[in-house]
Design a protein around this ligand. Structure first.
Ligand code: C5P
Length: 205
């Protein structure tokens, strides 16, 4: 069994997926962390983030490992844990460029498809490209302002700056982020975290 939860940036996908996964007693898989890890390693190596061959060579020599758990995912590069470094503003700025590279998408997809079921998969294209045969699919949305207000509680930046960055990332992510035709689209604007989780669990039951 695979449940997919896709959605726009900062729509609450990780927290919702974690809550749903814990209720189901299965791990959740955060695909965005693999794109973020590729971006971080590329930045650290001073690579041009548009240069797919160089990035793939780097990722080949420095393999990244995603550890899916119900409570939160961890990402490793050899013995080094990358998890806490993956949500910086600099990774946020570069990740859409890296995620637009077909070679990087294939690198991520291969890792995701090798994971043992069952799990909840969270990202942009889980229900469309990676797991089109998933048993249940959801897509989370909310206005850019509401998402920015939520994010401002986690980061020392003001709401307009976050909102502008989110809108920029939405535009860059348009190609890889669309609801599957058979996904239930949930506007999380009027709901709190538990409300979104309950909406999904009700549907699953
Ligand atoms: O979900 P999160 O914000 O961590 O994702 C970071 C970035 O990774 C997104 O902005 C998007 O560019 C990319 N991504 C993607 N496809 C996915 C998951 C994430 O293109 N399935």
């Amino acid at each position: 069994m695979i449940v997919t939860i896709d959605g726009v940036a900062a729509s609450g996908k990780s927290s919702v997926s974690s809550g749903v996964a814990q209720a189901l007693g299965v791990p959740y898989v955060s695909s965005g962390l693999l794109y973020r890890a590729a971006t971080l390693l590329g930045l650290e190596a001073n690579l041009d983030l548009h240069d797919a061959p160089q990035l793939l060579t780097l990722l080949g020599t420095r393999p990244v490992h995603l550890e899916p758990l119900a409570g939160g995912n961890r990402v490793w590069q050899a013995g080094r844990e990358l998890t806490d470094e993956l949500h910086s503003t600099r990774v946020d700025r570069g990740v859409s460029v890296v995620a637009a590279l077909p070679e990087v998408r294939a690198w991520v997809d291969a890792q995701l498809r090798a994971l043992p079921e069952p799990f909840v998969a969270e990202g942009r294209d889980m229900g469309t490209n990676v797991f089109p045969h998933a048993s249940h699919k959801f897509y989370l949305t909310a206005s850019a302002r509401i998402r920015a207000e939520r994010r401002a509680r986690e980061r020392p930046e003001d709401v307009p700056a976050i909102e502008a960055a989110l809108q920029r990332r939405d535009e860059l992510d348009t190609v890889q982020s669309a609801p599957a035709p058979d996904a239930l689209v949930i506007d999380t604007g009027p709901l709190d975290l538990q409300g979104v989780i309950d909406t999904i669990l009700t549907r699953l039951r």
